[in-house]
Design a protein around this ligand. Structure first.
Ligand code: 4AD
Ligand code: MG
Length: 462
């Protein structure tokens, strides 16, 4: 007998056939004559109802059918007399794969808080909410690869261990095999990294961009999609120490083309979710965010605003709003500023461009004004910054001057500078934070709840 997934069974509606289902018990209830088991196998939010006629059931087996237990049911698919469900399974036999002691199993029934579920992240995929989030996460990862594949981009695998610091943010995790209690020292008393595994200091990557640019300047269009690491001590609902980032990089794209790609890409992903994750989105809409689907449709159906940083600052200053961090030209925007522009002023996504060079990374293309760079941040409702990117400085002289100006170590990125010496080309790219995208698409409020095993300050359990 073929084991079908519950999603397939509910769709097929093959009433009358003998089937096998395997899954985890969500609830069991009933009366003297009959027991109803709600079974879930992770294939969809919906449970399938198993009906057990107590007259023919083994009492000990049925006793072991408790919330969380894993069972196999053989039976017949029949039309359900109960409203709200098309079919149910009339059980002929039940086999217990794994019991779950009601005294100890933590996921009893419904209504656990998200905080509690974070402490048992190894079990939370068994809840409706995390089942839905993880299925949406999968669908978005698939859609990202599909989008780029269908548009002529190649998936480039950039290294996770690097000797360079792409963003210059200074918040990196070191990678070393030295004995940190007693490292080898140079004559000046510094740690002697020449004796380390790689013969020099290395760290986990904060971004695959620099290597991604090498791909763009040879293959034309590439993207990376992998984990990145930031040791910034920001305990916010939007920061992780380990997060996934999607970074396309394109030769012959100027800032304008880069913005167009970012908008088209985000809309493609949102449309994909609306068309392919409907049941999960409806569940999230009902349980967590009553405006979720409306918001997704709104973003899909409206053009993003394109705005100069300077104009953005003027709007913020003219708003009369008391911000926690007051802002002047030159300051880095905080989430409260970004959300004011998006949620209150324009009421739609905003692409903010031409930021002051002091608050952006060294590699961004310098504008003629000598003050700003061709940066772009895409700002989203509820999220703030979802994408950061730019046109890249393609001119060797300007790039190396900026590197010197910032006191960066040229020896770490000589290979990057070399790309501007031989066959340099205008090019652009951006980084989309995968979990920021998922916050938007699922309606969840905390980034710890859209990744299976979050890594944040003081938290690396599981
Ligand atoms: O703006 P960021 O720092 O840009 C870069 O790293 C560029 N090298 C990208 C590029 O141009 N190829 O980061 C890009 C995005 C942010 O907009 C945000 O969505 C996400 O990555 N992000 C984080 N997500 C979760 N936790 C963190 N700590 C994040 N830091 C950035
Ligand atoms: Mg950024």
């Amino acid at each position: 007998m073929k084991t079908l997934r519950i999603a397939e069974i509910l769709k097929s509606g093959a009433v009358g056939s003998d089937i096998t289902v395997k899954g985890w018990v969500r609830t069991k209830r009933g009366n003297k004559n009959v027991a109803f088991i709600a079974l879930n196998d992770g294939s969809c939010v919906s449970n399938i109802q198993i009906v057990v006629d107590l007259a023919n059931a083994d009492e000990d087996t049925l006793k072991a059918v408790t919330t969380g237990a894993c069972i196999r049911v053989d039976g017949q698919l029949v039309e359900s007399p109960a409203s709200g469900q098309g079919v149910e399974v009339q059980a002929k036999s039940i086999e217990i794969y794994g019991t779950a002691d009601p005294e100890t199993y933590p996921l009893q029934k419904k209504g656990h808080s998200l905080e509690f579920l974070r402490d048992i992240a190894y079990l939370r995929p068994r809840t409706n909410t995390f089942g839905a989030v993880l299925r949406i996460r999968h669908a978005m990862a698939y859609a990202i690869h599909k989008y780029f594949n269908d548009n002529g981009f190649y998936y480039l695998h950039t290294p996770l261990i690097t000797g360079s610091d792409c963003e210059g943010a200074g918040a990196m995790f070191n990678v070393t095999t030295l004995d940190i209690a007693n490292p080898p020292r140079t004559e000046e008393g510094k740690v002697d990294y020449s004796q380390d595994f790689f013969g020099k200091p290395c760290n986990l990557t904060v971004s695959g961009q620099l290597e991604g640019e090498l791909g763009a300047l040879s293959l034309g269009r590439i993207y990376t999609f992998g984990p990145t690491f930031r040791a910034e001590n920001s305990n916010t609902p939007r920061h992780l120490a380990e997060f996934w980032m999607i970074e396309p990089e394109m030769a012959f794209y100027e800032l304008e083309d880069n913005m167009e790609l970012a908008e088209d890409f985000l809309k493609y992903l949102i449309r994909y979710a609306l068309e392919n994750c409907r049941e999960d989105l409806e569940f999230m809409n009902k349980m967590w965010d009553k405006e979720l689907i409306e918001r997704l449709e709104f973003v899909l159906n409206n053009d993003f605003i394109r705005l100069d940083y300077t104009e953005g600052i003027n709007i913020l200053k003219a708003s009369g709003r008391k911000f926690e961090f007051p802002c002047e030209w030159g300051c880095d925007l905080q989430s409260e500023h970004e959300r004011y522009l998006v949620e209150e002023h324009f009421k739609r996504p905003v692409i903010l461009i031409n930021y002051p060079k002091e608050i952006k990374a060294f590699y961004m293309k310098q504008n003629e004004d000598g003050k700003t760079v061709r940066a772009m941040d895409v700002l989203f409702p509820k999220i703030g910054e979802i994408i950061g990117g730019s046109e890249r400085e393609a001119d060797y002289g300007k790039l190396s001057a900026r590197v010197k100006e910032l006191g960066m170590n040229e020896a770490d990125i000589w290979w990057y500078l070399d790309t501007r010496r031989w066959g340099s080309a205008p090019h652009s790219g951006f980084g989309l934070g995968f979990e920021r995208l998922l916050l938007f698409v699922t309606g969840m409020g905390n980034i710890r709840d859209v990744i299976p095993f979050p890594r944040t300050p003081n938290n690396a359990e599981f």
